[in-house]
Design a protein around this ligand. Structure first.
Ligand code: CA
Ligand code: CA
Length: 90
């Protein structure tokens, strides 16, 4: 299992175990409720997903690089949904 799949898998487990819908997970981790996940909010999500502390910074950067389609360095709901869809179909 590749590192990326492993991480996406952990995020998937976190969401399915703790939230009834991905929307609720997104809203929970969007601490300032601006409708977008910042790097800091994503780091918090990764910590909750039990991703090793020393990896969270780099993983957050990679996730933003991979899923931030409009280039604002934030993950909005549409972008988050793409990530979730990718997880659940692989
Ligand atoms: Ca936010
Ligand atoms: Ca974005």
């Amino acid at each position: 299992m590749g590192a990326k799949e492993d991480i996406l898998n952990k995020i998937q487990i976190l969401i399915t175990n703790h939230f009834s819908t991905p929307e609720k997970a997104f809203a929970f981790f969007d601490k300032d409720s601006n409708g977008k996940l910042s790097r800091k909010e994503i780091v918090n999500l990764l910590k909750q997903a039990e991703i090793s502390g020393f990896l969270t910074g780099i993983v957050a950067t990679k996730l933003i690089e991979g899923y931030d389609k409009d280039g604002d360095e934030l993950i909005d709901w549409e972008e988050f949904k793409i990530a979730i869809d990718e997880i659940s179909t692989t």
